[in-house]
Write a protein that binds this ligand. Structure first.
Ligand SMILES: [Zn+2]
Length: 369
């Protein structure tokens, strides 16, 4: 019972500290002191603080827990102060309860409570810039670890992954994200003389039905199909007697490993053939996948079942995460944390029971190494 109280106390401490990206609110120093027998390295750049804590127990594998202490701004309309955690009916309300101070509290406490019976190296990668653009966050730390030849074998990111009940989903990969910006050029004219103008709205009209919501691949066992989603179209002057000179369209593709920026470019070029346009594509993040049968996936699945009796689902749904910076180094990455139904929203909350379960599962994972 004592240990369970500790994880909740730590959780409340993290929540009561305002740490809006990229400000860590002093939390990283707090954690450094909390795990004082771990070797600490600060990797600070561009106004962002990152903390790497590591301890070698033996010659076995290197396991790393990763997470961010920063949160998104609270926004207006909360029932309670978002930086003063409130406990009500078994839930704790505060910004960051789900995303992801619960995860950080659970693994920090699990590491603090462990004995020295660990076969390899155990590390914690903590950043204060995940919710921002992340330029100086996790990827800076990974670069450093590569340089000093200390990349982990396995990484557990404690982002909230559960959907309906605690333990129902872990993430073994994420889709990538490609943003598209299209400018279609025409020739402005009078609505009464369409033959004298080039109307970009009419031009895009014939293309739209072929691209809007189009699946660029069929997906596979890990990924849903990569769908082209149009997010904005604008043109014209809000009048009925002038046809516009140009049209702008934005779109996004959450891509699986089967669709690339190049294949998307070819697809669009084919559909826009014959039109006067400019197309810009920006890959915000690349997709990654950890093998479904890898050691870390098997062990985490087993730990969840042992602690809470749930058969977990292996998912790649949702947005991007820092896993995209970790996986390219050949590190097997999984993500697991509490239910994520209120992340970035108002009255964000998580149940005490979920945090205790998460803590128990992380203790169980550490015991497996
Ligand atoms: Zn997060």
């Amino acid at each position: 019972m004592e240990k369970r109280l500790d994880v909740i106390d730590l959780f409340l401490k993290l929540l009561a500290t305002k740490s809006v990206t990229p400000d860590d609110g002093g939390l990283l120093s707090y954690i450094e002191n909390y795990l004082e027998d771990f070797e600490a390295t600060w990797i600070n750049e561009g106004g962002v603080k990152n903390l790497w804590l590591t301890k070698k127990f033996g010659e076995g594998k290197h396991l790393c827990f990763a997470g961010h202490v920063d949160v998104v701004p609270a926004g207006e309309g909360w029932d309670t102060n978002p930086f003063v955690p409130v406990i009500k009916d078994g839930y704790i309300y505060a910004r960051g309860t789900q995303d992801m101070k619960s995860g950080v509290a659970a693994f920090v406490q699990a590491v603090r409570d462990m004995d020295d019976d660990f076969s390899g190296r155990l590390s914690l990668l903590l950043t204060s810039d995940e919710e921002g653009d992340g330029t100086y966050g996790t990827q800076i730390v990974l670069k450093h670890l590569k340089e000093i030849n200390l990349l982990p074998d396995y990484c557990i990111i404690a982002e909230p992954t559960c959907e309906v009940e605690m333990g129902d989903a872990i993430k073994i990969g994420r889709r990538g994200s490609i943003n598209g910006y299209l400018t279609l050029k025409g020739k402005q004219g009078h609505a009464a003389y369409p033959e004298k103008a080039i109307n970009p709205i009419h031009d895009i009209a014939t293309v739209l039905s072929q691209i809007a919501g189009h699946n660029l691949d069929d997906g596979d066992e890990n990924f849903a199909p990569s769908k082209l989603v149009i997010t904005d179209i604008r043109s014209g002057m809000e009048v009925t007697n002038v046809t516009p000179n140009s049209l702008k369209m934005m779109f996004n593709v959450r891509n699986s490993t089967k669709t690339t920026q190049e294949s998307l470019k070819s697809f669009m070029e084919e559909k826009l053939f014959g039109l006067d346009y400019e197309l810009e594509l920006q890959q915000g993040s690349y997709p990654f996948i950890t093998n479904r049968n890898s050691y870390i996936v098997n062990e985490l699945t087993a730990a969840i079942e042992e602690e809470i009796g749930i058969k977990t689902k292996l998912s790649t749904a949702g947005g991007t995460s820092d896993g995209r910076h970790i996986a390219p180094y050949g590190i097997e990455v999984v993500e697991f944390g509490v239910i994520n139904d209120r992340i970035h929203g108002l009255n964000e909350r998580t149940s005490i029971k979920e945090v205790e379960s998460l803590y128990n599962i992380f203790v169980n994972m550490i015991e497996r190494f």
